[in-house]
Design a binder for this molecule. Structure first.
Ligand code: ITT
Length: 194
C-alpha cells in the first residue's frame, strides 16, 4: 500500500517508515511535486493535523495522513503545545526554542512534560484520528545529539537519558509518534485485509 505522509520533516519520515515497514510505502508531497508550505494555524494539534492532511487529500485525492506534535509542559499550562515549532520565533529554530524553554523554566521545580502526537488520516475519503503520548521531564541543559526538536531536553519517564541520547530505534519504541504511528499502521493493516 502506498500512502502520502504530509510532512516536510525528513526525521519524521524516517521514524515513521521505520515503524510501518515495507508493506506500507510512505511518500512525501515533494516526491509528487507538491511544495506548498501548508499554514498550521489551527488552535489544537488535532486541527493542525487535519488542516495538513485535508490539504493534501483535496490536492491529490489520494490516501494520506499528517501528524502534529506538541511538547506540553505542566508548569507552563501546556505550552508550547500547538506552538512548539515556532515557540521562540517564526524561524522554527530548535536551538532558539530550547533556549526559550529553559529560560521559561529557570528556577521551576516542576519539570513534568509530555509529547503528544495526533495523526489525521484520510483513507478512501474518510477521516480518522490517532493519538500517542510520551510522559517525561525537562532537563536543566541539553544532552545528546540524536533526534530533533526538543529531544535533547526531554527525559522519558523511567529513563535517565534524553531522547537525543537514545538510538532512533530506542526512540521509536517509546515515542509519542511511535505510539500514534503503530496505531495507524495496525489500522491500515486491518483495513487492507478486510
Ligand atoms: P511538519 O512538516 O510535519 O509540520 P514540523 O517539524 O513542523 O513538521 P510538528 O509541527 O509536528 O513538526 O512539530 C512541532 C515541533 O515540535 C517541531 O518543530 C519540533 O520542534 C517539535 N517536535 C515534534 N516532534 C518531536 C519529537 O519527536 N522530538 C522532539 N521535538 C519534536
Amino acid at each position: 500500500m502506498e500512502i502520502i505522509f504530509a510532512t516536510s520533516n525528513q526525521h519524521k519520515l524516517q521514524e515513521a517508515q521505520g515503524i510501518t515497514g515495507n508493506k506500507i510505502s510512505l511518500i512525501t508531497p515533494s516526491q509528487i511535486g507538491i511544495y506548498h508550505d501548508i499554514p498550521e494555524d489551527g488552535k489544537s494539534l488535532e486541527e493542525n493535523a487535519l488542516i495538513k492532511a485535508s490539504f493534501i487529500f483535496k490536492t491529490t485525492n489520494r490516501n494520506c495522513f499528517a501528524d502534529d506534535t506538541g511538547l506540553e509542559v505542566e508548569a507552563l499550562n501546556g505550552e508550547p503545545g500547538v506552538k512548539s515549532a515556532r515557540y521562540a520565533s517564526e524561524e522554527c529554530d530548535s536551538r532558539l526554542n530550547m533556549q526559550k524553554l529553559l529560560k521559561e523554566l529557570k528556577g521551576v521545580t516542576n519539570r513534568k512534560a509530555r509529547f503528544r502526537t495526533v495523526i489525521a488520516l484520510f483513507l478512501d475519503g474518510k477521516q480518522h484520528l490517532f493519538e500517542g503520548i510520551l510522559n517525561g521531564t525537562i532537563t536543566e541543559t541539553q544532552y545528546g545529539k540524536g533526534g530533533f526538536g526538543y529531544d535533547p531536553l526531554f527525559v522519558p519517564e523511567g529513563y535517565t537519558k534524553t531522547l537525543a541520547e537514545l538510538t532512533d530505534s530506542q526512540k521509536n519504541l517509546i515515542s509519542h509518534r511511535g505510539i500514534a504511528i503503530r496505531k495507524l499502521s495496525q489500522f491500515l493493516k486491518n483495513y487492507s485485509t478486510e
